[in-house]
Design a protein around this ligand. Structure first.
Ligand code: KPL
Length: 304
């Protein structure tokens, strides 16, 4: 398979490395000429996994390149997915396979509905990697990745092929519920860590933070139930508590985005959730409150 990867962040490059190691062709699509020049200058990227460091140098290009795309993996931030896809859309062959691996919800459903000719897959991962220097990636433990087909077209061949690339990959028959579970955890943890400017574990230490988290969770449980989505066997608050405890020393992605004055993924996390609740005429005041608060913080950072 020849994979084009849009989004040269940690997850995008981790998958570029995995696909190369498994013998697939990989081409990176970088979003600015400056980024492309930096990549060429760096002569590719490296991945350190435990004691081993390996270098990778897949070809890179801009979206405007003309070669056809058969397999497209998008790993950008969720707010950039639609624009990234639109920039390469004319290059996709008929029946191309599109795999979306990003936080939040919305783009997956939008692209599946708007492109019935494509085989669209979505993923959710706990794989971790981070950059310790530009183009130098460190693998932070091996996580699991669930993928599932969202479009009616196609078969499960893509999963069969990718499971040979990553033995921690599993096939989700109900990917929408998998995405909702991740969304629910992110609704419970991400906005509050950004608002309190704290690590995930610090949400559990104070009564007011725990109460705020419990309120968000209660609303998410209620809406998921009304929409017929099975979240967890227990209450979301209990599940989110465990995630916050397990990742106690981490800063959530939203806390990091706010503290580095980057745009956040609030619209595809709490924003998506509130829109679904509004459509179902279920009041979710606590989630609406944090949605507005993060929007205001983002405005203060120059993003809206
Ligand atoms: O997914 C996460 C994120 O930071 O986006 C959690 C689960 C909250 C871990 O930090």
């Amino acid at each position: 398979m020849h994979w084009h990867i849009l989004g040269a962040g940690a997850i995008g490059l981790l998958w570029a490395a995995k696909l190369k190691q498994a013998g697939h062709r990989v081409t990176l699509i970088l979003h600015t000429p400056e980024k492309l020049a930096q990549y060429v200058e760096a002569d590719g990227f490296s991945l350190t996994d435990g004691a081993t460091t390996e270098r990778f140098n897949p070809p890179a290009q801009l979206a405007a390149h003309q070669t056809p795309i058969t397999h497209l993996l998008i790993t950008t931030k969720s707010f950039a997915v639609i624009d990234a896809f639109t920039a390469v859309r004319s290059r996709l062959v008929k029946n191309a396979r599109l795999w979306l691996l990003h936080n939040g919800m919305g783009p997956q459903q939008q692209l599946t509905t708007a492109n019935p000719q494509l085989e669209v897959w979505a993923g959710s991962t706990t794989d971790g990697a981070y950059f310790d220097a530009p183009w130098h990636l460190i693998r932070a433990g091996t996580g699991t990745t669930q993928i599932g087909r969202l479009s009616n077209s196609g078969n499960d061949d893509l999963f069969e092929a990718l499971s040979k690339v990553d033995n921690q990959l599993s096939l989700a028959t109900d990917m929408t519920s998998v995405l909702w579970r991740k969304l629910a955890i992110n609704c419970a943890i991400n906005p509050l860590t950004a608002l309190y400017n704290c690590r995930n574990g610090e949400l559990l230490k104070y009564t007011d933070r725990r109460a705020a988290m419990a309120q968000l969770c209660k609303e998410v449980d209620e809406v998921a139930h009304a929409l017929g989505i099975t979240l967890f066997e227990r209450k979301l608050m209990e599940q989110a508590w465990d995630v916050a405890e397990l990742t106690a020393d981490n800063y959530s992605s939203m806390q990091q985005d706010i503290s580095h004055q980057r745009p956040t993924e609030i619209e595809t996390i709490t924003g998506y959730f509130c829109a679904k609740a509004d459509q179902a005429h279920i009041a979710t005041p606590a989630n609406h409150l944090v949605l507005e608060a993060i929007r205001n913080m983002s405005k203060g950072n120059g993003h809206d």
